[in-house]
Design a protein around this ligand. Structure first.
Ligand SMILES: [Zn+2]
Length: 252
């Protein structure tokens, strides 16, 4: 198998794995037309499919598909032998078998919840499978197995789902933010930033004031000292007071 083909298969399987939860072993739902083409082109489903998908696979069919191939007679006998080798997944047509394409369509439902890879050469069933999001399609191009690129429906739904996930995350984030700020009173990140800025940021005006303050204090100190000096009694007055006191003491 060429490298480009391998890369394509890997890319498509990664898409279904990432967006629709496909895991190994892959479940391959096979109809009579695929078995018929495999026999005609000498493609060994059991051996070559796991190699092509690079992983273990579960080859599956339904009772309706087996019933259909058995009713088509000798020309599809080989296909019937092949399809009978596969495990049968229970469908909802136990009492009254329906054509294989209708049965497989019912197995896929609206969104392929069981994650089947559909293997069919039936053009109508292929068209139906393309409309069901998350349904990989496998067919034979002559003897080359081909996993079709994800259909438009699969890609569209994957895109919608990823957008929804984003929306949910955004909703959660908003709710948590509300809870933090309104109920627990945690400050808004912007307010915190502003507070920090105020604390951190050097305010040139305050710096100048600080320089001025000690100067003012000195001034007041010196002014007090000056006042005291003014109050200080001159020497001759003091001497006069002393003489007065001495006179009084002498008289007494
Ligand atoms: Zn059925």
């Amino acid at each position: 198998m060429k490298i480009s083909r391998q890369k394509k298969v890997h890319r498509y399987l990664s898409f279904f794995s990432n967006n629709y939860g496909f895991r190994k072993p892959y479940q391959i739902l096979i109809d009579g037309t695929f078995c018929y083409a495999a026999l005609k082109n000498k493609f060994n489903i059991k051996e070559q499919t796991p190699k092509y998908l690079d992983g273990d696979v579960k080859l599956l069919t339904t009772q309706c598909v087996i019933h259909e191939t058995s009713t088509l007679g000798h020309s599809v006998y080989g296909a019937m032998v092949i399809v009978k080798q596969f495990a049968t997944h229970r469908c909802s047509h136990n009492d009254k078998p329906v054509p294989g394409s209708i049965c497989l369509e019912s197995m896929l439902g609206v969104n392929n919840p069981n994650r089947y890879i559909v293997a069919t050469q039936d053009k109508e069933l292929q068209a139906t499978a393309r409309k069901i999001p998350g349904t990989p399609l496998l067919y034979l191009h002559q003897k080359a197995p081909t996993l079709e690129q994800p259909s438009a429906a699969s890609s569209r739904m994957a895109r919608i789902n990823s957008n929804e996930k984003f929306e949910v995350n955004k909703f959660d984030k908003d709710t948590l933010t509300d809870l933090k700020h309104k109920k627990f009173g945690v400050p808004e990140p912007q307010a915190e930033m502003q507070k920090r800025k105020k604390k951190r940021g050097p305010n040139p005006l305050s710096c100048k004031k600080k320089k001025k303050k000690p100067a003012k204090e000195n001034e007041t100190q010196t002014s007090n000292m000056k006042k005291r000096k003014r109050i200080r009694v001159p020497k001759h007055v003091k001497e006069h007071w002393v003489s007065l006191v001495k006179e009084e003491l002498a008289n007494n």
